[in-house]
Design a protein around this ligand. Structure first.
Ligand code: ATP
Ligand code: MG
Length: 465
């Protein structure tokens, strides 16, 4: 039995996007010009020019919406801006194209199978742009007349609306009277009433009433009295993701599940029916598919089952563009005993186009640190920045970024307003970077528990899984 598919347009908000504050909050875009040429430093982005340009071209591809199912791998050493580039792409896409960000380890959950988690992530990344015609009544209020019954229980009334060409009287029920009250609608306001939902929107005050005696705030907006018919048809467009449609239709209180995140597994039948309904809408010209972006960070954490799922899922005609990131070299493919570059099997690598990022030069690091100081609201002397930049070159960009706020706290402790070299030195001695912490561990290895003397520490590469 085919169930009615709803997208509950009055309730669904258009695509929600989580704004991440923190590590990448200084990034506002890729910093490219109209020709996709990267500016040396713009929108919080510095250096890494080739990768940014490639990301920009990818963006153009996504915006054109013609190439679903592409997979792109951003590969490079740790802290070279892979995640930052993906976040910049998300910013550039705007709110109408879905962007889902996922760390590969997130799919290993007890409540949901891995493939279900991946399917949900895929469907979150596909937007359905739905065009709906709604019937509106739009006019200037001439008069509102309300009659209370003797007991005061129910109210009835009449609303007179006009355009430049006509005038009509509408009967009002209790609910409409309440919403008119709530919106503080008065004679002389230009309003629209959505016929289906009864929602009233105030557009502004009519110019003809501009000289009225009643007090008006400076923010009063004046509009023309509408022309023509009072009843109008208007096209409203809103975008929801396939996953949202799935959730709304899979449970009675499905809409709430969207907020709580408690969606559970969604039945394949529900998805099939939604797919065919969406296909129908597309044919009727009522909806468009907007292939968005699924970003899978730390992709080497996926296992062989997930990789083969991806192979197939990318071939679906409703696939998003999948962007992956990895900092691994040749490593184990999870779930097998084989090794492969980035821990990704050859058949998936064959479907990928790769953007590579490389270590930053000193001047780039300095510039990024400058930007982070502004972002974290920290004032720092030039000498201190020199030292911090050198630390960044010798350890990692991320480590030096992390010292900014710590150094600021230390400087405040000595009642200074500007972070100076001594503060940087202090935090550098308090917090070890990766290399020094390994060295420290080696120096005192016999004091640690279960220390395996035969095992050699792989320096500079993250822990193997
Ligand atoms: N080109 C850049 N411009 C501005 N900020 C950057 C740039 N590259 C990196 N950063 C910042 O440096 C920090 C580290 O970068 P990021 O987290 O993107 O590295 P990554 O390549 O994802 O590393 P990992 O492989 O360890 O995940 C972040 O705070 C990021 O916002
Ligand atoms: Mg990262």
């Amino acid at each position: 039995m085919a169930m009615p598919i709803t997208v509950s347009s009055s309730e669904t908000k258009d695509l929600l996007r989580m704004e991440r504050v923190g590590t990448h909050s200084h990034i506002r875009g890729l910093g490219l010009d109209d020709k996709y040429e990267p500016r040396a430093s713009s929108q919080g982005m510095v250096g890494q020019l080739k990768a940014r340009k490639a990301a920009g071209i990818t963006l153009a591809m996504i915006k054109a919406g013609k190439t679903p199912g592409r997979a792109i791998l951003i590969a490079g050493p740790p802290s070279t801006g892979k995640t930052a580039i993906a976040m910049a792409m998300a910013q550039e896409l705007g709110t109408d194209v879905p962007f889902t960000s996922l760390a590969a380890s997130e799919i290993f959950s007890l409540e949901m199978s891995k493939t279900e988690a991946l399917t949900q992530a895929f469907r979150r990344s596909i937007g359905v742009r739905i065009k709906e015609e709604s019937e509106l009544i739009e006019g200037e209020v001439v008069e509102i007349q309300i009659d209370r019954s003797l007991t005061g229980g129910s109210k009835t009334g009449k609303l007179t609306l006009k355009t430049t060409d006509m005038e009509t009287i509408y009967d009002l029920g209790t609910k409409m009277i309440e919403s008119l009250d709530k919106e503080k609608v008065m004679a002389g306001d230009v309003i629209t009433i959505d016929k289906a939902s009864g929602r009233i929107t105030k557009l502004g005050r009519s110019f003809t009433r501009a000289r009225d005696y009643d007090a008006m705030g400076s923010d009063t907006k004046f509009v023309q009295c509408p022309e023509g018919e009072l009843q109008k048809r208007k096209e409203v467009v809103h975008t929801v993701s396939l996953h949202e449609i799935d959730v709304i239709n899979s449970r009675t209180q499905g809409f709430l599940a969207l907020f709580s995140g408690d969606t559970g597994e969604i039945k394949q039948e529900v998805r099939d029916q939604i797919n065919s309904k969406v296909a129908e809408w597309r044919e009727e010209g009522k909806a468009d598919i907007v292939p968005g972006v699924l970003f899978i960070d730390e992709v080497h954490m996926l296992d062989i089952e997930c990789f083969s799922f991806l192979n197939r899922a990318l071939e679906d005609d409703m696939a998003p563009i999948v962007i992956m990131a990895s900092n691994r070299g040749v490593t184990n493919i999870r779930g097998t005993k084989y090794k492969a570059p980035h821990g990704i099997p050859a058949d998936l690598r064959d479907r990928l186009t790769t953007i590579s990022t490389s270590a930053y030069e000193e001047k780039d690091i300095r510039q990024i640190l400058n930007i982070r100081c502004v972002e974290e609201d920290v004032e720092m002397s030039d000498d201190a920045k020199d030292v911090l930049t050198r630390i960044g070159v010798e350890t990692s960009l991320r480590y030096s970024i992390h010292l900014i706020t710590a150094a600021n706290l230390v400087s405040r402790k000595r009642k200074a307003t500007i972070v100076d070299v001594q503060d940087i030195k202090r935090v550098y001695s308090l917090f070890l970077d990766e290399k020094r912490s390994v060295q420290y561990m080696k120096d005192y290895e016999d004091q640690y528990m279960y220390n395996d003397q035969s095992e050699k520490v792989v320096e500079g590469t993250p822990m193997e899984m």
